[in-house]
Design a protein. Structure first.
Length: 132
């Protein structure tokens, strides 16, 4: 099934309700489109982490000009010159339930092994160091 008519843009919502909105979408894939500019070169990978934690396959943008992207370490990436067709190929490839579940498992492992979830004591320690 074509994705071009199924892409939904989620409007801004306050931080306290954001996680509810993400979970309520019941999305299989989350797309993180970025254009190359100074603001995006300095972004964090928070959107990727949110998708990983929600069990959503994250498709992130990497830059063709060599500048860093918050999604450079992602499992599914497209470059900043991609088309909807390029994203469609990834979605089609990961519609195989076994392949999709392997990806979701990798994403969860990434969160755990890299201390990227908020309940992790290592993560909490790092936050305390930053803010004290």
């Amino acid at each position: 099934e074509e994705i071009k008519d199924k892409i939904k843009v989620i409007d801004w919502v306050n931080s306290y309700q954001y996680h509810v909105v993400v979970k309520d979408q019941n999305a299989d894939f989350g797309i993180c489109p970025l254009t190359p500019n100074n603001f995006n070169y300095s972004k964090s990978d928070l959107k990727q982490i949110e998708y990983y934690a929600s069990g959503i396959a994250c498709i992130g943008t990497v830059f063709t000009n060599g500048m860093p992207s918050p999604y450079d370490n992602g499992f599914l990436n497209v470059n900043d010159k991609c088309s909807v067709g390029d994203i469609q190929k990834i979605v089609d490839d990961y519609c195989d339930p076994e392949k999709y579940n392997e990806l979701i498992t990798k994403q969860y492992r990434f969160l755990i092994e890299n201390h990227r979830y908020t309940e992790d004591p290592h993560y909490i320690t790092q936050l305390v160091k930053i803010f004290t």
